[in-house]
Design a protein around this ligand. Structure first.
Ligand code: GDP
Length: 139
C-alpha cells in the first residue's frame, strides 16, 4: 500500500546558508504537503536521542555535534508513497553520489553536512514526527 507521511529536517548547513526557502520550494513542487513545521535548535542531548540508532557508528559524535551546531527546520510531509518518493527527491547520503537535480546534489556540502534528513521507513517516519510534534501542532 502507498504510504502517506514522512519526516524531514533541513540541517544546520542548509539552514545557515539560507537555503531553507529554496529547499521547501522543491519539496512543495514535488507534490509534498506540509502537515507540520517548525524552526528549532537541537541541544546535543536531543540530537543524541534522535540519532540513538547510530550510537555505535564511528561518526555518531560528529553527527550529534553537527546537528546541534545551529538551527534546523523540522517538518512532517504528506504525499502518496511519501517515504520512498522523498528519499528519491533528496538523493544519496553522500552528495558526491546524489543524482543530478536532487536536493543533496544541489545543496549538500559533504556526507555529514548533507542539507536534509529524510525518514527511511514508515515506522521511523512516525517515530521521528512524534519526536518533534504533538497532535495539536499538525494541520
Ligand atoms: P541518511 O538516511 O541518508 O540520512 O543516512 P544514514 O541514516 O546512513 O546516516 C544518518 C546521517 O549520518 C547522514 O545523513 C549523515 O549526516 C551522517 N553520516 C552518515 N555517514 C557518515 C559518515 O561516514 N561520516 C559522517 N561524519 N557522517 C555521516
Amino acid at each position: 500500500m502507498a504510504t502517506n507521511r514522512t519526516f524531514t529536517m533541513i540541517k544546520p548547513d542548509a539552514f545557515g546558508a539560507g537555503n531553507t526557502g529554496a529547499i521547501l520550494k522543491m519539496i512543495q513542487e514535488a507534490g509534498f504537503k506540509i502537515v507540520a513545521m517548525k524552526a528549532t535548535k537541537l541541544s546535543a542531548d536531543l540530537a543524541g536521542k534522535f540519532y540513538e540508532v547510530h550510537k555505535e557508528r564511528p561518526f555518531y559524535n560528529d553527527l550529534v555535534s553537527f546537528m546541534s551546531s545551529g538551527p534546523i527546520v523540522a517538518a512532517i510531509l504528506e504525499k502518496d508513497n511519501a517515504v520512498e518518493d522523498f528519499r528519491k527527491l533528496i538523493g544519496a547520503t553522500n552528495p558526491a553520489e546524489a543524482a543530478e537535480g536532487t536536493i543533496r546534489n544541489m545543496f549538500a556540502k559533504s556526507i555529514d553536512a548533507n542539507a536534509v534528513h529524510g525518514s527511511d521507513s514508515d515506522e521511523n517516519a512516525e517515530i521521528e514526527g512524534n519526536f518533534f510534534f504533538s497532535q495539536a501542532e499538525r494541520v
